[in-house]
Write a protein that binds this ligand. Structure first.
Ligand code: ATP
Ligand code: MG
Length: 199
């Protein structure tokens, strides 16, 4: 780089830095957040568990509620339970295969009761509601009740909600929303779900 180009680059970077520093200074509010990770791509639950691990690493109290239990136990559970994170998993292990709607609704309600207890527990700093979105899509849970519980939670408490097709009302209520878009997935090329990667 010529001296002139280097000076131009330095100038531009300094301008960006000043703007970023100003925005960091402006963001002074501290409160619990609702974070939604939705979309069709891979990376929603892993993001949720990653945030729980991040919180636990700072000594915060976190809890996980799983609204769909996959065919396999997830690796994060083995790790995070050892770190003191409580897991509540939907009893029937609702999957796309279950045909018993009444049983699924009852199981959703039971685990939702647990979620409500966590959402009113001052000692819990972070709650992951993994795959909650499907319970609202299928109307297994009452949307207004879910929204009320989220709104009335302790002011410092963070909540992470994952799952495809998140309801508009939850997206509006949330502070941070990310949509994971699928570009491609190994499954489409015939690769079986891999331990440690997919579960
Ligand atoms: P992960 O738990 O890996 O972060 P996810 O929570 O984003 O995935 P889910 O919709 O909950 O995705 O599906 C869980 C399982 O389905 C995982 O094994 C994941 O690899 C797989 N999966 C996720 N997205 C896709 C996709 N677009 N095509 C095929 N399989 C997918
Ligand atoms: Mg998931």
């Amino acid at each position: 780089m010529t001296d002139n180009k280097q000076a131009q680059h330095k100038n531009r970077m300094q301008g960006i830095k000043e703007k970023v520093d100003q925005r960091i200074d402006d963001a002074q509010e501290e409160r619990g957040l609702i974070i939604v990770i939705t979309g069709n791509g891979k990376g929603k639950s892993t993001s949720g568990f990653g945030t729980v691990a991040r919180a636990v690493g700072h000594g915060l109290n976190a809890a996980v509620v799983q609204f769909i239990k996959g065919t396999w136990a997830c690796g994060e559970r083995n790790l995070l339970e050892n770190a003191g994170v409580n897991f509540d998993v939907m009893a029937t292990g609702f999957t796309w295969n279950t045909q018993d709607k009444a049983q699924d609704i009852a199981a959703a309600q039971t685990v939702w009761k647990r979620s409500k207890a966590l959402l009113s527990d001052d000692n819990i700093d972070v709650v992951l509601l993994d795959e909650l979105t499907y319970m609202l899509s299928f109307k297994y849970l009452n949307l207004d009740e879910v929204i009320a519980a989220l709104k009335n939670r302790p002011a410092h408490q963070h909540v992470i909600i994952t799952g495809r097709a998140c309801h508009r009302a939850i997206i509006e209520l949330a502070d941070t929303v990310s949509e994971v878009q699928s570009i491609k997935h190994a499954f489409d090329s015939g690769v079986k779900a891999q331990k440690g990667i997919d579960w």
